[in-house]
Design a protein around this ligand. Structure first.
Ligand code: ARG
Length: 384
């Protein structure tokens, strides 16, 4: 293998990255770890240990502190995330001893309950077994722990979330049956080297949801819309110092526009702007009446209002933009670059009314990081 082109994404492979690449990555990570004031002694002694372990086993084991630091810095390095101000507060659940589907399902339920906090959402990651040269780690096919099924209809439309048609088909083929609503929570689709794909149904207590209503439009509640409270990304690899953790679900709390603009508004998702515009009796005869824009704003008002009323933590895009600028300034003061992808950081509504719109950013591909797995399900989504 060409060491310069070692894998940073793609499905878990039994071979794993070669050890020269792993040692170089480990060295950079261990230097960062000690350089930021962690650990006892110095990086040299720790690297000697790691070299010996890699020589003997083809891989090495992070200490608990290295794992926690790595997971937090991976968040800090996530160039698409506007919510990074709180990267130090990520709560790390070390479950590296778990690699079977039942264990992953059970611990994912605990993650959802603990991170959800009944609405007091806490940024949390659960780290399951890493890839090893002799055995790939387990992975979760669902892009998030909670996702709504999408069922293609004979007329070409999709009942539910079109984004999840692929994983829904996978579950249906394995014998799962949903209730057939627009908001059926999918089972976890977990794959392990030993047992292949297994399904794990989430119990209701793991699935905190918010029913959507609007502060001024009584008809809005009648649309029967809802969304889940905790977005737990489950289909990205956590990569730390050359070690890949393919099952490491993590969450923050929602920014309203993710739901109100994208999930409910995008034409290839729930496509609700025409529905809301009709209820608002807007003039939809021309693009220039800006009926889409007006419907979009009210949809977003409904999301923020409903979460707030339900006591579920959520943030708006103005607040989050300001926080992100604070984060940038802190990173600059610490002498670090803050990798940032403008096209992901600027909110999908009212971009120019937020601070983050009006500047350029450094973007850099740093490690540790959360790396996109090759499309977890054929034909499935590729943007989180
Ligand atoms: N945009 C994704 C969704 O709507 C969630 C991505 C992560 N978001 C977050 N606030 N941590 O489900």
């Amino acid at each position: 293998m060409d060491v310069a082109a070692s894998p940073t994404s793609g499905p878990a492979t039994p071979a794993g990255p070669d050890s020269a690449w792993m040692l170089r990555e480990a060295e950079q990570f261990i230097e960062l770890f000690y350089g930021e004031g962690n650990g006892q002694g110095g990086p040299a002694a720790r690297m000697a240990e790691i070299r010996a372990e890699v020589a003997g086993t083809g891989t090495y084991t992070h200490t608990v502190d290295e794992l926690a630091f790595g997971a937090r810095v991976a968040w800090r390095n996530s160039n698409r995330c506007i919510g990074r101000l709180y990267w130090r507060s990520l709560w790390v659940r070390d479950r590296r001893d778990i690699s079977d589907a039942a264990g992953i399902g059970t611990e994912s339920v605990k993650h959802l309950v603990e991170a959800g906090g009944g609405g007091r959402i806490r940024p949390t990651i659960t780290v399951f077994a890493p890839d090893r040269p002799d055995a790939p780690g387990p992975h979760i096919h669902n892009e998030q722990l909670i996702r709504y099924a999408g069922y293609p209809q004979p007329d070409g439309t999709v009942l539910g979330d079109p984004r999840n048609v692929g994983v829904t088909e996978l579950a249906l083929r394995r014998g799962w049956r949903g209730a057939g609503t627009r908001f059926d929570v999918l089972p976890l689709v977990i794959e392990t080297a030993r047992d292949g794909i297994e399904l794990f149904e989430l119990p209701p207590e793991a699935v905190l949801e918010v029913e959507l209503s609007h502060p001024r439009y009584p008809w809005f509640a009648g649309l029967g819309l809802r969304w889940h409270a905790v977005p737990v990304i489950s289909a990205m690899n956590l990569e730390i110092g050359g070690i890949r953790y393919p099952a490491a679900p993590f969450n923050g709390w929602y920014m309203g526009t993710e739901i109100g603009a994208r999930n409910l508004g995008d034409t290839d998702r729930y496509d609700l702007l025409p529905v809301v515009a009709a209820k608002m009796a807007l003039d939809t005869s021309s693009n220039a009446t800006l009926w889409r824009d007006r419907a979009l704003v009210e949809l977003n008002v409904a999301v923020l209002h409903s979460f707030d009323r339900a006591g579920v933590k959520i943030t708006d895009h103005h607040t989050e933009s300001n926080r992100f600028i604070t984060h940038l300034e802190r990173e600059e003061e610490a002498g670090r670059t803050c990798p940032t992808d403008w096209s992901w950081i600027v909110p999908p509504v009212s971009g120019s009314a937020t601070l983050v719109f009006h500047r350029y950013y450094d973007d850099a591909d740093l490690r540790p990081n959360y790396l996109r797995r090759e499309c977890p399900v054929e034909g499935g989504p590729d943007r989180t």
